[in-house]
Structures are given as structure tokens and as C-alpha cells.
Design a protein around this ligand. Structure first.
Ligand code: UDX
Length: 456
């Protein structure tokens, strides 16, 4: 078993650290934030992630993991140091590498024995070379330090599971020593290991994420066309999914992709291409489709209602997907300001995301409109003129068409996640608009009821 230090305790760093401890390594997680370190020591995870706190507690009491701000003591005798700090997007789409560079310098000034530095953060191709250069420039002791790339593919909400049961571990190294050490560190996970050079490993991460982003945008593009030609995107996706070359995952059309990875990594790769004098047309198209998609339902509803002024608008779901309190690039962040500008009185429900959302849009009057955060769905729907679904939380999926019909003043629902059956909504008398499917109209309900009466 190895002595491992992990820099950064966000989704990537903390989950990796805890999982390394879980398989038996001795782990020290480093963060500059004192409060966060205190929190983790008391067994509380700074991020909302299924199963994480339990593993933190088990490994902490077993003495396999500790948390500190003291990077020097954590790095000095580590066999391997994993870097999992953020690489946030900059206004021009490029990745901000300053956190990585700072950690690289701290490592160089701290290490006292040979060690492998492993970059887990998503970084532009060639960054590992730069990290190695920084370490060589600032190295204090006469020790061997090499850099390896080991991109992370976990998804939020299932981060622990994704790490312990990853479909593949990508390791990008430039020497046999680094390759063997990293392979040994991962041995106890019993997972397939793919060993390539550093630049290919860096590229695999972007190419994988952007491919998935492209897949979603492609389905959203096709969904928009389905609406125009009278096809149903869910049937289309189902038919496509039987082709194993296409597969059944990530075919869900909706209100666009959000989160910390796809939006950032599509822009970053487009930027990398541009820097190299190449235009990455496919990825650019994915970005463009996604931007349009986010406000697709708002535009539809605007046409239908003309103005939201003074209307009670129920918003169900604020986070970028269920199972997380993360709001980054969530559709709600695009739509809520548009609704407020129009004078809507928003009643927003989210089981875990409301607190974070209220930091951006505090409860109460906001411009021409207002926002109220409610603890239950009924409160949001009661007397509402229109409802938007932005996140497919289980409890939102469980709302019956009859509930919409009963509680809303006007049963008018815009569903960005295609979670209800069009026919069911139609039967219940709810006007229902979703993505890539025909709408359920209230007028049609009357007609069908009349038909039934005539037939009986
Ligand atoms: C993603 C990748 O899945 C993961 O491998 C990578 O390491 C980080 O980025 P994450 O952002 O946590 O993970 O969430 P994911 O479940 O992939 O969803 C991303 C976005 O795409 C969400 O907004 C989701 O709603 C949307 N999505 C996903 C769709 O719109 N349709 C789909 O079919 C799948």
C-alpha cells in the first residue's frame, strides 16, 4: 500500500482520496480552506454526494485518511501526489490553470523523496509537461519527481460508485517507472487500466466528455426537428438505442446539458483547437445547440402567454441534474432571470438546490418580479398559472397529471426533461409542452371527451 497525498477536496480530489483510502492506501487530503478541513475532520462532506460521508467516516476511524491545510507535511514523504484542484473556465473559454501551477510549486518546495505527481484535474493537452517544468524549476531537494496524467470520469451524484467501479482507468505516463507505480496504486481497484502517453491521456478526457456533450446536443437538435415534422423524440431515441454502435445512454433530449464538465470542456477544447489554428466545427455546433436549448421552453411559453407579468410561475428543479445541489450551468439560471425580468412571481421548489440558488436570487422582490422558495411541490403548484420543470427529481417525476390539473389555476406545464406521458397529460386535461414531442392541448381534451360521449 502507498502513501498518497491529494491536493484539492472538491468532487475530483475528495472522492479520489476517500476511494484510495477505501482500497487500503494511506491518504492525506490537502485543502487551503481551514473551515473545509475542520468540517471534513468532523466527518461532514463539503459536497453532497451519495455514500461519501459513510466512506469518509469508515476510513477516518480506521486511520487511513486525514485532512490538513499543511501541504508541506502531506507532500514531503508521499509516494504519489494527486492533483484534483479546479480548472475553472475563463471568459475566453480557456481553462484557468493557476490553481494547478500553485500546487505544482508547493509540491516542488515540499517533496523530500522520489515521488509521482498525478494530475487528475481536466487540463488542456500539454499541461502535464508544464507542470513537470514548474516542478523541476522549483524543486528544492535532489529527488526524482515525474508527472503523470490520470483523468477523472466520475459523474456528480454517483461519484463514489463511478470511482470504485470505473469502466476504465486512463493513465498517461512518459516512463516505465511512472507507469508501473500508477498501475500498482490502482491494482486494488481491480479495474481495466489503459496506459497511453501523457498527451493522449489528456486528450481522452476532453474527447470523451465532448463526445457525450455532442451526443446530447445532437439529440436535442433532432428533438427540435421531431416537433416540426410530427415525430416523437423518445420513440426515435428508443429505436436508435437498439443499434449497439449508438447505445442506449445519453440519448435523452431535454433542456440542454449543464454541470461543471460538459459546458466547460466543450469550450476548452474549442479554444485549444483555435489556439492550434484549427476550427473544431462539431464541438462548436454542440455548444451552439446547447445555448439555444436552454431557453427553448421559455421562448415557447413566451409566445403562448405573451407576458409573464403578475403570473404565478411554478419552477420545479433548480440544479443541473438530480442527485446534486450543484447549480453550475443549470437551465434554471438561464430561465429564472428572464422570468423575473418579465415580472413573474416565481415559486421555486428543489429538494437540495434552493439554498444555493437563493445566494444568487435572494427570496423576495427581484426586479419586476419576485421569487419564493417553497419546501413542498404542492405549495409551488397551488394557484400557479404556469409550471416549468427544469430538473427530473424523483418527487417531481412522481407528480400525477391530476395533481397539476387540480392544483394549478391554469394547468399549463413546460417540461424540460420529458418526464411525463403526453397522453396521460392530455387525458387529465393538462396543457403540456415538452421537448421533441407533440404537445397535449386542453382543447383536444374536450374534443376527445366529446368523442367518447358521442361514442357511448
Ligand atoms: C459528466 C460526465 O458524465 C462525467 O463522465 C465527467 O467526468 C463529468 O461530466 P456530470 O456533469 O456530473 O458528469 O453529469 P451527467 O450525468 O453526465 O450530466 C451532464 C448534463 O447532461 C446534465 O445537465 C444532464 O441533465 C444532461 N444530460 C445527460 C442530458 O441532457 N441528456 C442525457 O441523455 C444525459
Amino acid at each position: 500500500m502507498y502513501k498518497i497525498a491529494v491536493a484539492g477536496t472538491g468532487y475530483v480530489g475528495l472522492v479520489a482520496g476517500v476511494c484510495f483510502a477505501e482500497v487500503g492506501h494511506q491518504v492525506t487530503c490537502v485543502d487551503i480552506d481551514e473551515k473545509k478541513v475542520e468540517l471534513m475532520r468532523s466527518g461532514v462532506s463539503p459536497i453532497y454526494e451519495t455514500g461519501l460521508e459513510e466512506l469518509m467516516a469508515n476510513n477516518y476511524s480506521a486511520g487511513r485518511i486525514e485532512y490538513t491545510t499543511d501541504f508541506k507535511s502531506a507532500y514531503k514523504d508521499a509516494d504519489a501526489i494527486f492533483i484534483g484542484v479546479g480548472t475553472p473556465e475563463q471568459p475566453d473559454g480557456s481553462a484557468n490553470l493557476s490553481y494547478i501551477a500553485t500546487v505544482a510549486r508547493q509540491i516542488a518546495e515540499s517533496v523530500e523523496k522520489d515521488c509521482l505527481v498525478v494530475v487528475k484535474s481536466t487540463v488542456p493537452v500539454g499541461t502535464n509537461d508544464k507542470v513537470e517544468q514548474i516542478i523541476q524549476d522549483f524543486l528544492v531537494k535532489d529527488v526524482k519527481v515525474e508527472v503523470a496524467s490520470n483523468p477523472e470520469f466520475l459523474a456528480q451524484g454517483s461519484a463514489v460508485h463511478d470511482t470504485l467501479h470505473a469502466e476504465r482507468i486512463i493513465i498517461g505516463t512518459e516512463s516505465k517507472w511512472a507507469e508501473e507505480l500508477l498501475t500498482k496504486i490502482y491494482e486494488p481497484f481491480h479495474l481495466p487500466i489503459v496506459s497511453v502517453n501523457r498527451r493522449s491521456a489528456e486528450m481522452i478526457k476532453y474527447a470523451s466528455n465532448d463526445f457525450l456533450a455532442l451526443k446530447i446536443s445532437y439529440m436535442n437538435d433532432i428533438a427540435n426537428l421531431c416537433e416540426l415534422v410530427g415525430a416523437d423524440i423518445q420513440d426515435v431515441a428508443m429505436g436508435m438505442s437498439f443499434d449497439e454502435r449508438i447505445g442506449s445512454k445519453f440519448l435523452n433530449a431535454g433542456i440542454g446539458f449543464g454541470g461543471s464538465c460538459f459546458p466547460k470542456d466543450t469550450k476548452a477544447l474549442e479554444y485549444i483547437a483555435k489556439q492550434n489554428g484549427y476550427e473544431l466545427k462539431t464541438v462548436k455546433a454542440a455548444i451552439d445547440v446547447n445555448k439555444e436549448q436552454k431557453t427553448m421552453l421559455y421562448k415557447k411559453a413566451s409566445k403562448r402567454l405573451i407576458t409573464f407579468n403578475g403570473l404565478k410561475v411554478a419552477v420545479l428543479g433548480l440544479t443541473f441534474k438530480p442527485g446534486t445541489d450543484d447549480l453550475r450551468e443549470a437551465a434554471s439560471l438561464e430561465n429564472v432571470p428572464l422570468l423575473l425580468e418579465q415580472g413573474a412571481d416565481i415559486y421555486a421548489y428543489d429538494p437540495v438546490g434552493a439554498e444555493n440558488f437563493a445566494k444568487v436570487y435572494p427570496e423576495g422582490k427581484n426586479g419586476r418580479g419576485s421569487i419564493t422558495y417553497v419546501a413542498n411541490i404542492e405549495h409551488a403548484l397551488e394557484g400557479a398559472n404556469v409550471c416549468f420543470v427544469f430538473t427530473e427529481w424523483g418527487e417531481v417525476k412522481a407528480i400525477t397529471p391530476e395533481t397539476y390539473k387540480k392544483l394549478m389555476r391554469t394547468p399549463l406545464v413546460y417540461d424540460g426533461r420529458n418526464i411525463y406521458g403526453v397522453e396521460d397529460m392530455q387525458e387529465a386535461g393538462v396543457e403540456y409542452h415538452s421537448i421533441g414531442r407533440k404537445p397535449a392541448t386542453r382543447a383536444a381534451v374536450k374534443e376527445s371527451k366529446n368523442l367518447e360521449l358521442q361514442n357511448s
